[in-house]
Design a protein around this ligand. Structure first.
Ligand code: SAM
Length: 184
């Protein structure tokens, strides 16, 4: 069985966008307890590495790193483990919340921006990035940044995501690294 309710969100997102392709190299940020990692393996990904601050029980067919994705060594370490750049970066990361909505929103968006920055360091040209964001004002900025670096950016609220939760997911496809270099 799936280890998390969150697994159903990735199943629903993938049923709609078909991001997970046979044999592909996948990084799953914020992997604990391992549901999304399980789904990526089950749907045929070739190499999957999950990263989390928390320990994750072994997932057959995947590798797990217990650590912080913002560790400066993480991009190179992951590319080495995968044997090259990733074709899909998933992020279901969420920070610890304070209960103070504006603070929580900033923390959440900081994490989403960090995940985008990370994805741009590890993705192959044409790659896909899926990340959890929260509605609350500043999610527009991250969408704008994503539109510069990816051919298409769409958002989705999977049915398994509770209606009362402000979370939604962005699906960005067609990573264009040269657009970034051109702007640097
Ligand atoms: N997708 C997972 C599943 O299906 O089992 C659930 C992920 S859970 C909602 C979010 C995770 O993000 C938490 O386990 C948390 O530890 C992790 N996380 C938050 N900040 C992180 C960071 N800086 N580096 C790595 N993981 C982080």
């Amino acid at each position: 069985g799936w280890r998390s309710r969150a697994a159903f969100k990735l199943i629903e997102i993938d049923d709609r966008f078909h991001m997970i392709k046979p044999g592909m190299k996948v990084i799953d940020l914020g992997a604990a307890p391992g549901g999304w990692t399980q789904v990526a393996v089950k749907r045929g990904a070739g190499r999957v590495v999950g990263v989390d601050l928390l320990p994750v029980d072994a997932v057959a067919g995947a590798e797990i790193i217990e650590g912080d994705f913002t560790d400066p060594e993480m991009p190179d370490r992951l590319k080495t483990m995968l044997g090259g750049p990733a074709e899909l970066v998933l992020s279901d990361m969420a920070p610890n919340t304070t209960g103070h909505a504006p603070t929580d929103h900033l923390r959440i968006m900081g994490l989403a921006e960090g995940a985008l920055d990370f994805a741009m360091q590890v993705l192959a040209e044409g790659g896909t990035f899926v990340a959890k964001v929260f509605q609350g004002g500043s999610e527009r900025q991250i969408l704008e940044s994503m539109k510069l670096a990816f051919a298409t950016v769409r958002h989705v609220k999977p049915p398994a995501s509770r209606k009362e939760s402000s979370e939604l997911y962005v699906v960005a496809t067609g990573f264009r690294p040269e657009r970034l270099t051109a702007r640097a």
